[in-house]
Ligand binder design. Sequence first.
Ligand code: BYC
Length: 312
Amino acid sequence: MDEKQLEDHFNEKIDQDIRIEPKDWMPDNYRKTLIRQISQHAHSEIVGMLPEANWISRAPTLRRKAAALAKVQDEAGHGLYLYSACETLGIDRDTLLDQLHTGKAKYSSIFNYPTLTWADMGAIGWLVDGAAIMNQVPLCRTSYGPYARAMIRVCKEESFHQRQGFEIMLTLCKGSEEQKKMAQDALNRWWWPALMMFGPSDKDSPHTEQSMRWRIKRFTNDELRQKFVDATKPQADLLGIEIPDPDLKWNEERGHHDFGEINWDEFFNVIKGNGPCNKQRIDARTKAWEDGAWVREAANSYAEKKSKRNAA
Ligand code: BYC
């Protein structure tokens, strides 16, 4: 088949919702877009461990500590499935990690904010994992097979995280005045950054149109953000705390909530590397990579010796 026929065949498969697999022909830009999105997603999972790990040693009870530990471990697992899915596109993990450490690859803006109180663990689970699920459940139907399959398990675990975060919020909101205040303060600080997780508005999103055509993305950034606001407002009502947006109200005609303008300057500033914790996060990841050099060397040397022994 010539290039044109290969491309037609690829497009037919996309239109018929037939998954693209690693050895199938694919346009260069489809491969590049996937490497960009999957690797940034993997980096987000790995960097996302840092703000929560900060609270493992300070969790208020043993039960909370065990749940926080398990959640952070799940996130490490998600990162690993995603790096593996990304490697099926012909890029190696060292290159991907180098892109993270040198700032060439992004990771989710949300993880550049600090976790100041225990209530932040609740707000992250409820809002950040909630936003992640909203974005990732449709990715279980994304057109690239290894990514879609990785997403199935990731989503199951994220939905458990969301529930445990909501339960932390519920406990605080049913507790003392001071605890409820802590929950409100966490909602105040995490609400807008959670909305920013969905990415720039559709009119300013350079990748959405093509990614929708290739069925890498199944909904646009604004569609997912709207679904998230609609799903989360009743949950805040149930908790008895207020979303920090005076423009948030139900619009009968649209059948959706209207909400206020996002501070896009803040978003673009954070993704450029100037958020409150960007430097701290990258320093922590780079240090972990450097400190782990001896483990990689030992594993490689063991693998080499084993393969020589097997060959002999
Ligand atoms: N932060 O054209 P656009 C999680 C970048 S959840 C930083 O809309 P696209 C977790 C974007 O990369 C979080 N950068 O791009 C949850 C692009 O820059 P480049 C991770 C962002 O790809 C709980 C530029 O802005 N989830 O891990 O079509 C616990 C233009 O954007 C952000 C995923 O990664 C952002 N928020 O759409 C632990 C889900 N938004 O690459 C962990 C998979 C946009 O051209 N990813 N940018 O330099 C996606 O669904 C899509 O990649 C996005 C962006 C919706 C995020």
